[in-house]
Design a protein around this ligand. Structure first.
Ligand SMILES: Nc1ncnc2c1ncn2[C@@H]1O[C@H](COP(=O)(O)OP(=O)(O)OP(=O)(O)O)[C@@H](O)[C@H]1O
Ligand SMILES: [Mg+2]
Length: 244
């Protein structure tokens, strides 16, 4: 399922933040979004899941997930199909198990056994199962930052989204936890379209299939990783690579 943006423009009042963005995000791929601070990376993700509208942002243009019109989709459907993970790992203040069952119960009617099976499935997919299985009733607040971030990803997967959007998910994590998240994204990408904002170019080089480079609210490059890191098409792209 592709995510297609056509002439997407976003404004807060008179302030234009995204300008005529047209691009396609592919399923089964990791797309890394890079660019200088303030260029609109977070706004791009928050436009795709339409949370900018909650802050009074106005979106115009066309945004489609497969053939579905995302800009006119009921919020509930949208939240199910497009998951989001934030920079700061957020655990809901209840047990590990309930962090997931909460989302499962919201979207699906499951028997107790089915719910348990899915919890195991997503904790396993996020490489958490062995670390937490001895007691799933422990408060999620007791997990480490890296564990919380993996739980946040597991929670997003519970909705069975088509796309997963991640905004600098590793910037608060140490190297070991960062690598754990990267491994996990590589393992699950066959089943999801993944768009990850990162300031870490080495990370983009390690895990991305495609690179989106943004500048002043515009996408100025969207190419395969190899091409970007060997022959960037723009001056800013060249600067980024030199900086690495
Ligand atoms: N709710 C809002 N109201 C007004 N302007 C906003 C709002 N949210 C974002 N902006 C503006 O949009 C522009 C892009 O911000 P955004 O947070 O998307 O940048 P970013 O690329 O994610 O930066 P960083 O790398 O620092 O996280 C900035 O000029 C910011 O001030
Ligand atoms: Mg940001």
């Amino acid at each position: 399922m592709k995510l297609t943006l056509e002439n997407i423009t976003v404004a807060f009042g008179k302030k234009m933040v995204l300008h005529e963005i047209s691009t396609v995000f592919s399923p089964q791929k990791i797309t890394a979004v890079i660019g200088q601070s303030g260029c609109g990376k977070t706004t791009l993700l928050r436009t795709i899941n339409r949370t900018v509208e909650e802050e009074g942002g106005r979106i115009s243009g066309k945004l489609e997930l497969a053939a579905a019109d995302v800009l006119r989709m009921p919020t509930e459907t949208l939240r199910k199909q497009i998951g989001m993970v934030f920079q700061q790992p957020i655990a809901f203040p209840f047990s590990i198990e309930k962090n997931l069952s909460y989302v499962l119960n919201y979207h699906f009617k499951l028997s107790k056994a089915e719910r348990k099976a899915r919890i195991t499935q997503y904790l396993t997919a996020t490489n958490l199962f062995n670390e937490v299985n001895s007691d799933l009733t422990v408060s999620a607040n007791q997990l480490s930052g890296g564990q919380k971030q993996r739980l946040a990803i597991a929670r997003a997967l519970c909705a069975e989204p088509d796309f997963l959007l991640l905004d600098e998910p590793c910037s608060a994590l140490d190297m070991e936890n960062t690598l754990a998240i990267e491994q996990l994204l590589l393992q699950i990408k066959q089943a999801y379209g993944i768009v990850i904002v990162t300031h870490n170019l080495a990370q983009a080089k390690r895990i991305a299939d495609d690179i989106v480079l943004m500048d002043s609210g515009r996408i100025i490059e969207h190419t395969g990783k190899k091409q970007f890191f060997s022959r960037p098409a723009t001056e800013l792209g060249r600067k980024f690579i030199q900086y690495m």
